[in-house]
Design a protein around this ligand. Structure first.
Ligand code: FUC
Length: 812
């Protein structure tokens, strides 16, 4: 009997901890799979540890594993500040104020662009702007006892709980297994190969890349080295990879000049180290140091250390929307099925966890933020240089960071922002004769802050304001005053730029940004010309209002700069408020221009609805109604990231069913047929490996979609915690845990028949929290740290004062 009880206890411990001794709460098993090898790159699995990435394709005979490294950038630092630009600034402004936007834009094309080629129209790999690019391919040619034997039981799975990709199949009578991961503990790529029968594993490995590399061998190590283009006559960035094969049981390794061959083995572990000199360290020594640091660890040790380092991050948040039979389908079929029936809500929960998985895998403290493709690319000329686009894309990548409980993964973006300040100060001075710092739409790892080469999209100059929203956002979730004091100078510098740069528009007396755009939309002037450049745009007003507001608030918290606060307050009151046009929509510009592309993907003038916070259903119902009208006119159909943004917009408008509809659109299979994929993709939506399709693959939609799901479940931007603010009717019963709110708390909620059943709020700092009570739940009981409490409720809002670590359970 005793033994039996012990067994039950042991089993429940196993279930509770998810079998891992990490102390983190267990999440259910999250994975997806294919029943065939990848036929295009967008069917391979992304593995990454924030620095290095692997994408195995699971081929039976010739496997290709794409290798990535987050700092694998060509290019170099350059002076892009054009000293001639400022000379034409006042003329550009005068033309704008005279309504001659087309002439102003033409003058800008001549004079108000960066020095040099800029981003090279997205083809900057060989220029100083540079491009994020593939590190290389690890190619594995397998040799089977009988290559003609048939293959059966093929399965390839990406397990999100372990961050491991596994492939298994039978060839003849031998069962072959492969596991791959990018270790969070040892910072190495690890590929483990097994054969069920002794000595039946044989293969040859090589490394290749489209250009600029040499390969050699040294003992059992295969080495790739190279130099990327700097775009100048100076030396370019250096990179390398070193691959070592370990045979723990049997078999031989034979090295040629450029390959390693394994014969007669039962098991092999391939260790892959990758590095660049971007952070100032020698490539060869990083490569060997990483391999030596892993020492003689067995594969089992490498694997358990990796899981122990990764799982605590992944398991911080959980979402359960129930499962259906469709959950058991291979992912390509699952996507197709979902597109037909819209039944598989669990696919949306998987998309949420996949978004968190991608963030954990593509950025790491001390390194770089996720780029346009996160960490994963398979070419030299990555679309848009795989850079940091700052008129939404980079920012969207970090939307899930705070709310889905990965706050420290916000730091690489915050550090990257700080790193732009020096260059941005020079750009502010040279182009605008302003103090403070500015950056425009383009961003890379070389501190490019000047306007882009095409003013129609390159003139946007409120990107620093948008980045600063992230700096303040991190404070609102952590309430960390020491951190706030560190970033305050960055907010102040961004504000200072606008203090100097804002100019009075004589037509209406408002202070406006000029020249500017509303990314990247065009409008028709009264003389019928199509232009992008304007004086003032709604997004700029919203961003500057928010930046000034946050800077004022931060200065108040830190007790600093009272005179500057007064100046900001005065200027803030002279910005044009978000205004409703005659057609009932939010105006996108200062004037009611007619936009040339009514369904344009950017919905910049709704920045104040999301991620900003000046349009809300509760506080500004008229503006919320106008925002809805704007969205209706823009339509749902768009690029991947735009549909993801719209999930967030509809969530903020508290329309769960419409948010769900947009999420369903985002999950639409984007290839013509999942069995006959075309490489470049077909439309916007989702690739078979769950990557978001702009098209092409762009990771922002994955992150925006995951954040949108969180936004449907919890909101706190108005200072009040709203539980299930945009719950779609089809998410009838479910639960989440580990989502975070502003003010510093973690929230778990379960609901039944679309009504909150129980909510748990755990304070991560001492604070007072306001919770909006659902109107349909009058029988509230509140228990704090196990003790029943009777607390004040006023206007349907419950006030909870908690100390760090306190747990309040609200039972509805
Ligand atoms: C912006 C968007 C495009 C694309 C590019 C990387 O310019 O307008 O759609 O996402 O960034």
């Amino acid at each position: 009997m005793k033994k039996y009880l012990l067994l039950i206890f042991g089993l429940s411990l196993f279930v509770f901890t998810g079998c891992k001794q990490t102390g983190a709460p267990a999440v259910k098993s999250w994975s997806y799979f294919f029943e065939k090898p990848a036929s295009v790159w967008e069917e391979t699995f992304p593995l990454g540890n924030g620095r290095i990435g692997l994408m195995p394709d699971g081929s039976i005979d010739q496997e290709k594993i794409v290798m990535n490294e987050i700092s694998m950038w060509s290019g170099s630092k350059q002076d892009t500040d054009n000293p001639e630009a400022y000379k034409s600034l006042s003329q550009i402004r005068n033309l704008l104020f005279e309504g001659k936007n087309d002439e102003a834009q033409a003058l800008m094309y001549k004079s108000f662009v960066c020095k040099g080629l800029g981003s090279g129209q997205g083809n900057g790999a060989d220029t100083p702007y540079g491009s994020y690019q593939i590190l290389g391919n690890l190619e594995i040619a397998y040799d089977y006892p009988n290559n003609k034997d048939t293959v059966s039981q093929y399965k390839r799975t990406l397990n999100l709980n372990d961050a491991i990709a596994a492939t298994s199949f039978k060839k003849g009578k031998v069962l072959y297994g492969r596991e791959a991961f990018t270790s969070f503990a040892d910072d190495l790529g690890v590929v483990h190969l097994t054969a069920s029968k002794a000595g039946k594993l044989a293969f040859t490995i090589k490394m290749t890349r489209p250009e600029r590399y040499t390969v050699s061998t040294e003992g059992n190590d295969l080495i790739m080295q190279g130099e990327l283009a700097s775009g100048t006559s100076e030396k370019g960035p250096l990179y390398g990879a070193r691959v070592r094969i370990v045979l723990p049981k049997d078999g031989d390794i034979v090295a040629s000049d450029s390959s390693l061959t394994v014969r007669d083995a039962s098991e092999a572990t391939i260790l892959i180290s990758m590095a660049t000199n971007y952070f100032g360290k020698s490539v060869p020594s990083q490569l060997t140091d990483l391999l030596s640091a892993a020492g003689d660890k067995s594969f089992e040790e490498l694997k358990s250390d990796h899981i122990a380092a990764y799982y605590p991050l992944f398991s911080r948040a959980e979402l359960d929307l129930g499962t259906t039979a469709a959950s058991k389908l291979p992912i390509n079929k699952r996507l197709t099925e979902f597109n037909k029936t819209k039944q598989d809500q669990d696919l949306m929960a998987l998309y949420f966890q996949f978004g968190r998985y991608l963030l954990i895998s593509s950025t790491r403290e001390g390194l770089l933020p996720p780029n346009l493709q996160g960490l994963w690319c398979n070419t030299i000329r990555t679309p848009w240089n795989g850079d940091y686009h700052l008129n939404i894309n980079l920012q969207m990548n970090l939307w899930p960071a705070e709310v889905t409980n990965l706050s420290e993964l916000h730091m690489p973006l915050i550090e990257w922002t700080k790193a732009q300040v020096k260059s941005g100060e020079r750009t502010a001075r040279v182009f605008y004769n302003s103090r403070g710092w500015v950056t425009h739409i383009l961003g890379n790892v070389w501190e490019f802050t000047a306007p882009g080469e095409h003013p129609s999209w390159g003139a946007t100059n409120t990107s620093a304001a948008w980045l600063c929203e992230h700096l303040y956002h991190h404070y609102l979730y952590t309430m960390d005053k020491k951190y706030l004091a560190e970033v305050y100078p960055v907010l102040k510098g961004a504000s200072l730029f606008f203090v100097d740069m804002l100019v009075e528009d004589p037509r209406n007396g408002y202070l406006v940004t000029a020249p500017t755009t509303s990314p990247e939309n065009n409008f028709r002037t009264s003389n019928g010309k199509e232009v992008a450049v304007s004086a003032g745009s709604t997004m700029d007003n919203q961003l500057v209002r928010e930046l000034f507001g946050n800077t004022i608030e931060a200065a108040g918290i830190l007790g600093l700069d009272s005179a500057f606060v007064q100046e900001l307050t005065a200027k803030r009151s002279r910005l044009m408020p978000t205004t409703i046009g005659k057609d009932g929509r939010i105006m996108e510009w200062l004037n009611e221009y007619e936009e040339t592309e009514i369904t344009h993907r950017h919905v910049s003038h709704l920045y104040g609805l999301h991620p900003g916070n000046e349009i809300s259903v509760a506080l500004t119902p008229e503006l919320a109604k106008a925002a809805r009208a704007s969205l209706e006119k823009r339509g749902d159909e768009s690029t991947g990231w735009s549909m993801a943004w719209k999930v967030n917009f509809w969530a903020r408008l508290h329309d769960g069913d419409r948010a769900h509809k947009l999420l369903s659109d985002l999950l639409r299979p984007c290839l013509k047929s999942s069995d006959e994929p075309t490489y470049s993709g077909y439309g916007s939506g989702t690739y078979p490996n769950l990557f978001c399709a702009h098209p092409p693959f762009q990771i922002d939609g994955n992150f925006g979609g995951a954040a949108g799901i969180a936004e449907m479940l919890i909101q706190s931007q108005t200072g009040i915690i709203e539980l299930l603010p945009a719950l779609p009717s089809v998410w009838k019963t479910g639960s989440f845990k580990g989502l975070r709110v502003r003010g510093g708390a973690e929230v778990a909620v379960s609901w039944i028949n679309n009504a909150v059943k129980e909510a748990t709020i755990k304070a991560t700092v001492d604070n007072t929290f306001k919770v909006k009570l659902p109107v349909y739940a009058p029988k509230l009981s509140v228990v704090i740290n196990g003790q029943s409490k009777s607390l004040p409720v006023s206007d349907g809002i419950l006030t909870l004062t908690l100390q760090k670590g306190d747990i309040a359970v609200l039972d509805f």
